[in-house]
Design a protein around this ligand. Structure first.
Ligand SMILES: CC(C)(COP(=O)(O)OP(=O)(O)OC[C@H]1O[C@@H](n2cnc3c(N)ncnc32)[C@H](O)[C@@H]1OP(=O)(O)O)[C@@H](O)C(=O)NCCC(=O)NCCS
Length: 213
């Protein structure tokens, strides 16, 4: 596989049962099953290209998603991760996290988007995945800033970034076309300096979890 010379890509990241890896062509059936089973859970938070959910999320549609993701990674514009749970010797695809819109030079910044299967929500999978990716972005990825934009109505997603200590920086009216309309978003961000005294975001997340248990 030739991914070009994107710093930090390809890579496999893991913490406990949470495993992040590049997508494989053979993910088509699993990706389609998860996406189709989660229409009501995911649709309110995603852009809405024309077409039926079942078709847009079919194993055949995955071929285009896969190609597009590989193209972005090859150009150094994104790091698209399949989020997997590795339990009882079995790995299953349960979500997605993309470090996208990577811009280097004086900016060295990227945006993160994510989702997880409703059947495994509430287990800290996405905060773990996000912490892994932020540490990777600020280390081998050579980036300085990571941003997450979230609809004000999306309480669970706001909890993810607030728990991890992202800074609320902006309110963007009619920012992105999501679920059929231009929707306001809250901009959260973190820069590498925010973590210098912390030993990384994963270490911070582990400390928070230990303190809460
Ligand atoms: C937002 C999302 C990615 C969070 O992932 P996660 O792995 O469940 O994250 P967490 O386990 O930390 O849970 C986050 C919050 O979700 C809420 N939550 C917990 N279990 C839940 C469940 N079964 N159903 C709905 N929300 C739940 C809680 O408020 C939790 O915060 P808390 O731990 O402080 O109580 C997930 O809810 C999701 O995929 N939602 C649909 C898609 C989406 O919103 N994507 C993000 C767009 S910006």
């Amino acid at each position: 596989m030739n991914f070009g010379s994107t710093p930090g890509w390809p890579v496999v990241l893991g913490d406990g049962p949470v495993l992040l890896r590049p997508y494989r062509r053979s993910d088509a059936a699993a990706w389609s099953e998860v996406r189709r089973a989660n229409q009501a859970w995911l649709a309110p938070w995603e852009s809405s290209p024309p077409g039926r959910w079942d078709e847009l999320n079919s194993p055949v549609a995955f071929r285009y998603v896969y190609k597009d993701q590989r193209r972005q990674a090859r150009r150094g514009e994104g790091m698209p991760f399949a989020v997997c749970l590795s339990e009882s010797g079995r790995e299953r695809l349960v979500g997605h996290l993309n470090l996208g819109n990577i811009v280097r030079r004086a900016f060295c910044s990227a945006y993160v988007g994510y989702w997880v299967d409703a059947r495994v929500a509430g287990r800290g999978i996405v905060p773990t995945a996000l912490a892994l990716v932020v540490d990777h972005a600020f280390g081998p990825g050579g980036l300085h800033r990571v941003e997450v934009n979230i609809r004000p109505e999306n309480g669970p997603s706001r909890r993810v970034v607030e728990k991890l200590g992202f800074r609320e920086e902006a309110y963007h009216p009619r920012y992105m076309h999501i679920d059929g309309a231009w929707r306001d978003h809250i901009g959260y961000a973190m820069t590498s300096e925010d973590l210098t005294a912390e030993g990384g975001l994963l270490a911070r997340w582990h400390r928070l979890r230990t303190a809460a248990s």
